[in-house]
Design a protein around this ligand. Structure first.
Ligand SMILES: [Zn+2]
Ligand SMILES: [Zn+2]
Length: 96
């Protein structure tokens, strides 16, 4: 079980809902990644004990290319100086 929160950039309007850090879903462990095509941050399942041929892609644009998001620096991929912050009153999603 994972709790997903709203994360918001303090430099632009970008926000995403996700764990924002390495986590685990029922399907396997996840890491936050940045889509190479549309710069969307999402939680990507890196390996699955059930399905070894995992075919995961960006929900926004369908691209399978990505880079790992530096969740410690929390840099916004959409603007140069923004930092992504977890919003306190944000949405909590039970992703199970
Ligand atoms: Zn930004
Ligand atoms: Zn994308």
């Amino acid at each position: 079980m994972a709790i997903w929160r709203t994360h918001k950039c303090n430099g632009c309007e970008y926000s995403f809902v996700g764990s924002g850090k390495p986590d685990a879903l029922m399907m396997g462990p996840t890491i936050p990644v940045v889509c190479s095509k549309c710069n969307e941050i999402y939680d990507r399942i890196i390996e699955s004990p059930i399905d070894k041929k995992l075919n995961y892609s960006c929900e926004e644009c369908g691209s399978k290319k990505y880079t790992e998001w530096d969740y410690k620096k929390k840099k916004c991929p959409h603007c140069k100086n923004g930092t992504i912050e977890e919003s306190k009153g944000g949405q909590v999603v039970m992703a199970d």
